[in-house]
Design a protein around this ligand. Structure first.
Ligand code: ADP
Ligand code: ZN
Ligand code: ZN
Length: 744
């Protein structure tokens, strides 16, 4: 259905996003009037012709219809980056649920100025004689401020704006003059400085092996034919994926195109960054959380101006406004951080594929443990799958032992450390090799299990673990099912049933008590609160300042620890029984990553996995380093239960400070869905309390709607938005959407 009016922004420079102007769409232009289209409009009192972009369409005039001006022309500018980004925002709004404004703010970064205190001045004159000649000139002319600045730069090579102003009384104008005369250069304080000298760059001489070459040639063949099918590279850590990405980037750059590389913040280590700098020199820029908003915006401007061709960063780097985008790489594609936690709750993988489609670019995904979602699409032929098998550095995969904690208990060992783990720990402490003890609390939501037989209390309808609430009830967070807590195990009658309690602090205490001579470091939310706390602990451990590192999932990524030859996973069950259908997938990924920590430096590594569920396929497959068998089991479970990627889920989140009001609204919306979509075979589940059901004094209810057809779910969302828009729900209730939610 054609709309009559268009909302137009006249400048995509950001702070104006709040202000759109409504124009009438003349009949002859109605076909071309789509979101993202570039238009010419008469503007202001003089009706001067200016350019704008359509960001919304509607049928209702906002003011008296006769006062609304007409769009003069629509330009066929489909390839322009601004219009691509607006189209992308429209797609995000439609597919994830948000207002157009929220979507625009996500894809168009806010304009922010770099503050003076974040700026630094760097000496450009390498020649000392030249510097001293200049100094003599300033002395002669009595240019005292310039003289002070120059002397400081000769001595220290660099000075911050702040120090220059405070200690030298040198103003920004003086620094600016130095910049214009090419005496000094100004950069933002936290921006990554490329430490690689030009000269080192052409010494890049790694020759790809046959498998790597095959992947590169296959992708580039398609690329040259204009085929931009998404590719998934499955290869264990160290199999040479990063070398493949870099070769692909190199090829694409040579065609005058640009590349975006997404890497989860935690894996964005110095070593990784260095490798990209070494290869691409000053054409690369890095975005990370240490940059201020202004500094981030600065990098984006550099990309827009074409000063850089490669950007590396976490999720949001996806929206870098390159004008000739050729390639998007998403490393560690399975990471949950690629899904936005704020509205719009977009997934970077899907959004990257959409952006690439608009730009004519290729998306390359890589992982040692691909997400079930991506692997499923690859199996269906939606993505092109490449498997790399060789470990380029020849290191052996570690030996993995699975310890059955039920057996430990039977034979009288009640400690958190099993006999096998203890035996191996003693061996490593003697040999002065390092140990990592890992406890995964991510997604932990108070499940109840039996220490005798391993039975876990699960929801009879959803097959996910029930969570123990403070009121003693066991609750399912998908469907709201409740049952009373149990005193005796329904499986074996044992009274050893209850909530699972073990934390990093407790483990640290046990290790210190058992091995008083061992030096122990602990890494968790508590010990990493201070700035760079995370980095400090990891470097201390890497430098051999401790024998044992006890930590949560934070420790499984980042740094290489060549002296670690033993990894203990203390309770694989913690992630296995999180109350979410991703539990099995997360467990497999975490165990595989944890195992990958043992024996990187040429020494053979060993891994001990302790669990009450030694026969669970996530555990057995991880122990055998066998992704394929994990995937077979997992996808069977997902199709049986109607979980993504086989089906799709729309979570409707209802929140209010008033608990009754939230519950009432949720129930009302559920009835509306059932009524309005009566013929559609939707499965509507809930409402239930959301996992963390009271955040910031908001009560949260959730309804889950399952169907194979994603588009149908977007229609359900549109329909619910209508109820929210019409104000039927009252002021104090909020409704948000989450497609295929990832709770952990
Ligand atoms: P991944 O990204 O899969 O973890 P990397 O690309 O980082 O793997 O490769 C692991 C190590 O092996 C790196 O030090 C890398 O430089 C080296 N490497 C990768 N491919 C080759 C190759 N063809 N020849 C020599 N060294 C290689
Ligand atoms: Zn039991
Ligand atoms: Zn349930």
């Amino acid at each position: 259905m054609q709309k009559k009016y268009a909302d137009i922004i006249v400048d995509i420079s950001h702070e104006k996003l709040d202000r759109t102007f409504q124009y009438e769409i003349p009949g002859e232009l109605s076909e071309q009037a789509v979101i993202g289209a570039a238009v010419e409009i008469p503007f202001g009192n003089g009706n001067r012709m200016i350019k704008g972009y359509i960001v919304g369409l509607s049928d209702k005039p906002e003011i008296e219809a006769y006062r609304i001006k007409k769009i003069a022309d629509i330009k066929p500018e489909g390839v322009k980056v601004e219009s691509q980004m607006i189209k992308l925002a429209g797609w995000i709004k439609e597919n994830y649920g948000s207002t157009m404004n929220q979507a625009l703010r996500t894809v168009v970064p806010m304009k922010e100025k770099v503050k003076a205190k974040e700026k630094r001045c760097i000496m450009l004159l390498a020649d000392e004689e030249e510097a001293h000649r200049l100094k003599a000139q300033y002395e002669k002319k009595h240019s005292t401020a310039k003289l002070r600045l120059l002397e400081a730069l000769i001595e220290n090579k660099t000075i911050s704006y702040e120090t220059a102003a405070r200690d030298l009384k040198v103003s920004a104008t003086v620094i600016k003059a130095f910049e214009t005369e090419n005496i000094a250069e100004v950069i933002s304080e936290n921006v990554y400085r490329n430490p690689v000298r030009e000269r080192d760059q052409d010494q890049y001489d790694i020759e790809l092996n046959a498998e790597q070459k095959f992947v590169v040639e296959a992708i580039m063949d398609d690329y040259d034919k204009g085929i931009h099918k998404t590719c998934l590279i499955h290869g264990i850590t160290g199999s040479g994926k990063t070398e493949v990405y870099m070769e692909l980037i190199d090829r694409v750059l040579k065609k005058g195109k640009q590349a975006i590389v997404l890497i989860p913040e935690i894996a964005l280590t110095y070593q990784t960054v260095m490798r990209f700098c070494q290869r691409f020199g000053n054409r690369v820029s890095i975005i990370n959380s240490r940059l201020s908003k202004g500094e981030k915006y600065d990098q984006i401007l550099r990309a827009e101006r074409g000063e850089i061709d490669v950007i590396i960063g976490p999720r949001s780097a996806l929206f870098t406004p390159f004008r000739n985008l050729g390639l998007i790489v998403i490393d560690e594609e399975h990471e949950a951080t690629y899904k936005s936690e704020t509205i719009p709750k977009y997934h970077a993988r899907e959004t990257a594929i959409k952006r690439a489609e608009l730009a004519g670019a290729t998306v390359v995904l890589g992982s040692a443990t691909p997400s079930v979602d991506a692997y499923y699409r690859a199996q269906k032929g939606e993505y092109r799958l490449f498997e790399i098998n060789a470990r380029t550095n020849e290191a052996e995969l570690p030996e993995v032992y699975t310890v059955d904690l039920r057996e430990e208990l039977k034979s009288g060992n009640r400690s958190i450390l099993s006999r096998k783990l203890r035996e191996l720990m003693e061996d490593r402490l003697r040999k002065k090799e390092q140990i990592i003890l890992f406890i995964n609390r991510r997604g932990y939501a108070g499940f109840v299990s039996c220490r005798s037989c391993g039975h876990v209390m699960k929801c009879p309808h959803c097959d996910v673990s029930l969570s123990e609430h403070r009121n003693g009830k066991l609750v399912c967070h998908y469907c709201g099912h409740e049952e009373p807590s149990v005193k005796k195990c329904p499986g074996c009658g044992s009274s050893y049933i209850g909530g699972f309690r073990a934390g990093t602090q407790q483990i640290e205490d046990v290790v210190k008590k058992e091995y008083p001579d061992a030096r122990v470091l602990r890494m968790d939310m508590d010990t990493t609160r201070e700035k760079d706390g995370h980095e400090k602990i990891l470097s201390a451990f890497a430098e051999g300042k401790a024998d044992v590192l006890v930590g949560t999932q934070m420790i499984v990524k980042g740094h290489d620890f060549p002296n670690v030859t033993l990894v203990g996973v203390l309770a694989a069950d913690l992630s296995l029984h999180s109350n979410d259908y991703h539990a099995g997938e997360r467990t497999f990924q975490l165990l595989t990553q944890a195992a990958g920590r043992a024996g990187r430096g040429g020494k053979a590594g060993e891994v001990v996995i302790q669990t009450y569920s030694p026969d669970n396929y996530s555990v057995t497959a991880a122990a055998k380093h066998d992704y394929a068998s994990f995937y077979r089991e997992e996808i069977a479970y997902r199709s049986l239960m109607g979980y993504p990627p086989v089906s799709n889920i729309l979570a409707v989140l209802v929140s209010s400070k008033n608990n009754e009001k939230a519950a009432e609204t949720a129930e009302y919306l559920k009835q509306m869905i059932i009524r309005d979509f009566a013929g559609e075979r939707l499965r509507v589940i809930g409402p239930a309390d959301e996992s963390i059901s009271r955040v910031n004094d908001f009560y949260k209810k959730v309804i889950y709607i399952k169907n194979e057809d994603y588009t149908l779910l977007t229609r359900v969302k549109d329909n619910l938005e209508k109820y929210a828009d019409e104000g039927d729900l009252g002021r104090e209730v909020y409704v948000h959407f989450d497609f295929n939610p990832m709770n952990s």
